[in-house]
Design a protein around this ligand. Sequence first.
Ligand SMILES: *[C@@H]1O[C@H](CO)[C@@H](O)[C@H](O)[C@H]1NC(C)=O
Ligand SMILES: *[C@@H]1O[C@H](CO)[C@@H](O)[C@H](O)[C@H]1NC(C)=O
Ligand SMILES: *[C@@H]1O[C@H](CO)[C@@H](O)[C@H](O)[C@H]1NC(C)=O
Length: 421
Amino acid sequence: MAIASWLRWLLVAVAALLVLAAMMLGRRSQQLHPMVVVPGYATNELDARLTELYRPSSPRCKKTGWFRLYLNNTALEDPSDVRCFAEQMSTVYDPLSDDYYNARGVETSVPFFGSTQGLRYPDPDRKDFSYMDKFVSRLERIGYHDGKNLFGAPYDFRYAVAPVGHRSRVGLAFFRRLKRLVEKASRLNGGRPVTIVAHSFGGPLAYQFLLRRPLSWRKRFVRRFVPVAAPWGGVVTVMLALNSGNNLALPFVDPLALKAEYRSLESSVWLLPSPKVFPAAQPLVATKSRNYSAHDMADFLGAIGLREAIRPYRTRALPLFSELPSPQVPVACVVGVGRDTLERMVYPGDDFSVAPTMVMGDGDGLVNLASLVAVDPAWRRSRAGASAHFKMVKVSNVSHTDLLVEDCALDILIDAIQRPN
Ligand SMILES: *[C@@H]1O[C@H](CO)[C@@H](O)[C@H](O)[C@H]1NC(C)=O
Ligand SMILES: *[C@@H]1O[C@H](CO)[C@@H](O)[C@H](O)[C@H]1NC(C)=O
Ligand SMILES: *[C@@H]1O[C@H](CO)[C@@H](O)[C@H](O)[C@H]1NC(C)=O
């Protein structure tokens, strides 16, 4: 009898402990601030459909129904199919309406908006080619759940936005969706403000989004902005890619095959080195008869035969980054440093088709150090002189994408995300 009652008490105590533990776990995930992840360039899927207006350069480019345009590795293994990809991914700048458009007869859409599903792997059939999956899995381990307190904001990375007064149909449609997503993330989590984590190109894009929201909205909905490896003043490598092509880091794709496509995109012009960050005395491209600094970008575009990009560069991209005002929300920038990063191309003559000598400088292997840290110390100083909650976290010897992959870098990133304001 005594033993039975002792056992009953033990069982009650164990049950109470279990309930308590479950409550604490529940509270822990409730205490997490909702998070919206804005991925980097060419990180999320893009779907496409070809209409009757599409004029394929070859019959093999024809397809029916919606299909995954970006990314399908298998569809890029044959060089003739790369040509189809290039023409379907290309955009056109129309000077008359002052906006960028898809190629004629190509409709595109961004699947899985709101979720991290479309950004874990650019090609879900090739799971070894990813750097976001590790980061998202890590977030899940600390209590984040897709659709509950974790949201993804994939976008059409071929486009960007232009200054107010210029048309940017695609970029502004993304901003409207992002606004609704941040509000929804907060609403589903008891009205708590949201942490916005943005990698690479997603950093300046989310920054432009924040600048366009009223300050009262930012204060109400944004707990912290965490740009990771964000270029605030462009990337020198983009000059090389505009001149020689870009294979989107796919080793089996010839960069030259995607040169015209890369040149046609608004996002390519957006990432040109900016005069705010790279001084006039620093030649980024040197030829026998001329040096080009970030202050000579229009001349450089003309010299490489890309005259049609000069106007959008001057009127749409350049003004957006000529000043870098603080977004006036708490910010923690996380950057990789100490990796060889292309800083100057030296051409032996005046011929841009000859391979240049590459001069390396500091950075994360892709983005130059000057661009990564350009907002420091400007964002440290808030207008009222009060603490601006700004942090610049430098992780040494970690590359642009390894910041989201390497365990020690992820520890630092998660700490920058979670640390109280
Ligand atoms: C990827 O491309 C291959 C080859 O063109 C095709 O057979 C396959 O259906 C495509 N996959 C998707 C998901 O569209
Ligand atoms: C380009 O810049 C380099 C280094 O600043 C300088 O030595 C060289 O004379 C310049 N070349 C021309 C053509 O101005
Ligand atoms: C930097 O990291 C690479 C591998 O990621 C390693 O081989 C190299 O030794 C490291 N360099 C330093 C200075 O730690």
